[in-house]
Design a binder for this molecule. Structure first.
Ligand SMILES: Nc1nc2c(ncn2[C@@H]2O[C@H](COP(=O)(O)OP(=O)(O)OP(=O)(O)O)[C@@H](O)[C@H]2O)c(=O)[nH]1
Length: 503
């Protein structure tokens, strides 16, 4: 069943925001025929809602739906009216002229609808409101009232001529005045009231935006502060209060550098402040001392909010804790630089350490021993006792090597059962030989595992910086050559480059 437009409970126009009665319904609008007046009332109400939309500028209105609803309702209403006029004044020129006006009305609504895509919603609604106002004045107040009065006359038993004359007389005075006053009302209201309403609504929207921004700042997990150019706090959010364990009231007017000394009182803090002054912005990582005394990494964004005259007005700082990010970064960095099994530096970190060690020895005029170690007899452990046992052996051997060296030296695992040692700041080659002899002994001690004891040996090849080469690449290559010579000599021994056989 089709629900007549006036029976719909929730219409698009109903959803328009609070509306202003620009054309409040008055008894003067009444034609005297109840059903017609009731429907006119609804149409005037639609007009008021559209006018209200025009002044409020509600952006969410579905303009096409508004047009469709208006067209729907008027077609429905026109059928009612035409039914009455045709019943009492069939074929009368007034009735025919009236029907043409109805067609014109629908055509105009559809015309504005058809150009709605090139107009803004506001412009479309303005066109419709202007058109409806004229229609209210000339159609409802003039034509409908005129016809209604003839019909009422006929209902009272007057002849058509008598009824027409009586109606014309009535229409001459008051109705004319009313039409003029409606049009004037529209002119005045559309120009002034709507402009005013629009302004009010713009302000309301701006306030809403401001309220939303405030809510965001208030609920932000980041600590936010605002200061004068001299660094005196003018506002803070709850996260900032929480961070420094002070109330907002206690903080207002306080120097930010005293409240957050770690952030803004240090030399770095001054640099941050000055750069923000010069460029309008500073962002970067700083250390912040929390209220519990712990140091944490934070990301500070400091910006200047200037007034219209471009004079400095406020500094706005946003402090975001990035401790977890930094921890994660360090964990990833550690993983990228260390061997997952033994935790020793991997080849990537070894390259760094090698260049640092070379630099140090160059500076100090000392020797650096680059030692390549390959275990002896490791494969059979893997093969007979399993890979897990092999892994344990690699870890124990790594620990023993680390313990045999000084803190500044490096033990790295290249992969498999291959390790590299960097022994720096040596006075002579035999210093390295002594340390490596001890290390060979340590490595070859039996290893007690859960269920068994195993034993491995090691073959070591050594190249010296700068004795054998100053190239880091060659240092590793020469150490490798020497290590193969050690294997060839029966394993479990130390061989300096150049190996005897090679040289
Ligand atoms: N458990 C374990 N084994 C590994 C790992 N990486 C490589 N291997 C094994 O280590 C063994 C290294 O082989 P070799 O160096 O020939 O063994 P080796 O018995 O010490 O022989 P030589 O060097 O000639 O004395 C191979 O069996 C590899 O499969 C690892 O991460 N864990």
């Amino acid at each position: 069943m089709t629900v007549p437009p006036h029976k719909r409970t929730m219409t698009t126009l109903d959803t328009l925001t609070a509306h202003t009665e620009i054309f409040p319904w008055s008894d003067n609008f009444a034609t005297g025929i109840d059903i017609v007046d009731e429907q006119h009332h609804k149409l005037v109400d639609l007009l008021n809602r559209l006018a209200s939309h025009m002044s409020c500028g509600a952006a969410e209105v579905e303009i096409y739906a508004v047009f469709d609803e208006l067209a729907d309702y008027t077609v429905y209403h026109f059928q009612t009216e035409e039914g009455i006029w045709n019943e009492f004044l069939p074929g009368d020129p007034l009735t025919l002229a009236h029907e043409r006006t109805h067609h014109d009305f629908v055509a105009e609504v559809l015309r504005v609808r058809s150009i709605a895509n090139v107009l803004s919603d506001e412009e479309s609604v303005e066109q419709i409101v202007s058109f409806l106002t004229n229609w209210l004045a000339f159609h409802i107040l003039e034509d409908d009232t005129h016809l209604a009065r003839i019909v009422i006359g006929l209902q009272k038993g007057l002849t058509l001529n008598q009824a027409t004359e009586a109606a014309s007389l009535l229409m001459k005075g008051a109705a004319h005045m009313l039409i003029q006053s409606v049009l004037k009302l529209y002119d005045n209201l559309s120009a002034r009231t709507m402009a005013l309403r629009r302004e009010i609504n713009q302000r309301r929207r701006a306030e809403e935006k401001l309220r939303l921004s405030n809510n965001i700042i208030e609920s932000s997990a980041d600590a936010i502060f605002v200061t004068t150019p001299e660094g005196l706090i003018t506002d803070v959010n709850p996260a900032f209060c929480q961070d420094v364990q002070r109330t907002r009231e206690e903080l207002l007017g306080q120097p930010i550098a005293e409240i957050k000394p770690g952030l803004l009182a240090s030399d770095k803090g001054m640099t941050v402040w000055n750069q923000a002054l010069q460029t309008g912005h500073w962002a970067g990582e700083l250390a912040n001392r929390r209220s519990d005394g712990e140091l944490e990494s934070v990301w500070l964004t400091l910006s200047i909010v200037r007034d219209d005259g471009l004079g400095t007005q406020h500094f706005v700082g946003v402090v975001s804790s990035i401790s977890q990010l930094v921890q994660r970064y360090h964990a990833l960095e550690a993983a990228a630089n260390h061997d997952a099994l033994t935790g020793l530096p991997n080849r990537r970190l070894l390259e760094d350490r090698l260049s640092q060690a070379v630099e140090r020895c160059k500076r100090n005029g000392t020797l650096l021993a680059v030692c390549l170690i390959d275990l002896d007899g490791f494969k059979p452990i893997n093969d007979t006792l399993g890979h897990d046992v092999g892994d344990q052996v690699l870890c124990v051997v790594g620990q023993r090597m680390s313990q045999a060296l000084r803190g500044a030296d490096t033990v790295a695992r290249l992969g498999g059962d291959e390790f590299v040692l960097l022994i720096g700041d040596l006075g002579a080659a035999h210093d390295a030989a002594r340390m490596l002899g001890r290390l060979l002994c340590d490595v070859s001690h039996p290893i007690d595992l859960d269920a068994q004891t195993v034993q491995v040996g090691a073959s070591i090849g050594v190249a010296l910086y700068p004795t054998h080469t100053t190239s880091m690449e060659e240092l590793l290559k020469f150490a490798d050559t020497a290590m193969y010579a050690a294997k060839a000599q029966g394993k479990g021994c130390l061989q300096f480059y150049p190996p005897a056989a090679a040289g």
